[in-house]
Design a protein around this ligand. Structure first.
Ligand code: TRP
Length: 338
């Protein structure tokens, strides 16, 4: 167990998971838990950087997210799910790391830069919306990763600058205080970003183009029936271009057995969009069936979920304590040790 490489990933508890999360991230974590020592952080501290005025939302979503993760097939006997705020060593590390990063460097971080400009659009140019905590969340993320000894970090493309920032912090730390920490590497998903039902480049909660894992069969069908198809196809028997059709895009994910037929019928104009959508809705519902069943099991056993979180957090805390000991020694703040 100990010899396996450590994967560390995190996710903010701000809402239910959708298919974009599944295909872009969590589905891969389900596979990687088989061969790696995998830690999955419920990043509630990070969620609070944006939602400090909405603690109820974060609290509720810690449980919701855990249910979604278990539903997707994260196995608590193989992977460790833990709660960020329950590991004070991460906050402690963040303080020491924050000396190793300039404010200018944080402001230049492309992920932060984009998020700040989005905030400015929302709140005006004043910039009051950018807090010290928000600007510093890449530092805290570097602490998440290194506290657990994570060497591989599976992320989407938008997170790459955060991994780069973590690598810089590690290098700086090691160059000043001696070789102590391991530089993490990113692990890019094969589908880093899933398109929305409307054809938008990204499926997102706020974009209103997502299918959530908890959506009911009726909701899924309704959403699929509204998905964007080839606009040039007017009549049921017009030939169409599957490459620009969102229905076909999702068929590729959930209708693998029948994909060749679907594609050729679409191109030949022998498949109407309405039937094609019905078939997609049915396949998507089937695809989500085992996920929903596992979720139901854990919903009915909330004590098990609490147990999983408590155990996972205990394991993660032990690991973070080991890192903290090494870090204190390196910075020479281990006063009563020889
Ligand atoms: N920033 C990530 C997100 O918004 C969540 C996250 C927190 C994370 N800590 C992490 C990702 C550590 C990878 C590693 O989705």
């Amino acid at each position: 167990m100990e010899k396996k490489k450590i994967i560390l990933t995190g996710i903010r508890p701000t809402g239910n998971l959708h298919l974009g999360h599944y295909f872009g991230a969590v589905g891969n974590w389900v596979k990687s838990q088989e061969e790696y020592n995998e830690f999955i952080e419920i990043a509630d501290v990070q969620a609070l950087t944006d939602n400090f005025n909405n603690p109820d939302k974060v609290r509720k979503n810690v449980r919701e997210l855990t249910l979604d993760l278990l539903a997707c097939g994260i196995d608590p006997n193989k992977a460790t799910i833990f709660i960020q705020s329950m590991i004070p060593e991460i906050a402690e590390l963040t303080i020491y790391y924050s000396n190793l990063v300039t404010v200018a460097r944080l402001e230049r971080n492309p992920t932060i830069k984009t998020e700040i400009s989005q905030k400015k659009e929302l709140f005006g140019q004043g910039g009051e919306s950018v807090t010290y905590g928000f600007l510093g969340y890449p530092v805290s993320q570097a602490a998440d990763i290194t506290a657990l000894g994570g060497t591989l970090v599976p992320v989407g493309e938008d997170q790459l600058p955060l991994i780069e920032q973590a690598r810089e912090i590690v290098r700086k730390f090691n160059s000043i205080y001696g070789e102590t920490l391991k530089e993490p590497e990113h692990l890019l998903s094969s589908i880093p970003r899933l398109k929305g039902l409307d054809g938008n480049e990204k499926m997102g909660k706020s974009l209103g183009n997502a299918i959530f894992l908890v959506d009911s069969e009726d909701t899924i069908t309704k959403k699929v029936m509204e998905a964007k198809t080839d606009p040039e196809k007017i009549h049921k028997d017009d030939p169409a271009n599957p490459d620009i059709c969102m229905v076909h895009y999702y068929h590729k994910l959930v209708s693998k057995d029948n994909l060749d037929t679907i594609t050729s019928e679409c191109k030949a104009g022998t498949r109407g969009c309405i039937n094609c959508k019905r078939e997609l809705a049915k396949n998507m519902i089937n695809f989500l069936q085992p996920i929903k069943e596992r979720r139901r099991y854990y919903e009915e056993n909330p004590d098990k979920v609490d147990e999983i979180l408590k155990n996972g957090t205990k394991i993660a805390k032990n690991k973070a304590e080991e890192t903290m000991d090494k870090v204190k020694k390196a910075i020479k703040i281990n006063y009563f040790e020889k």
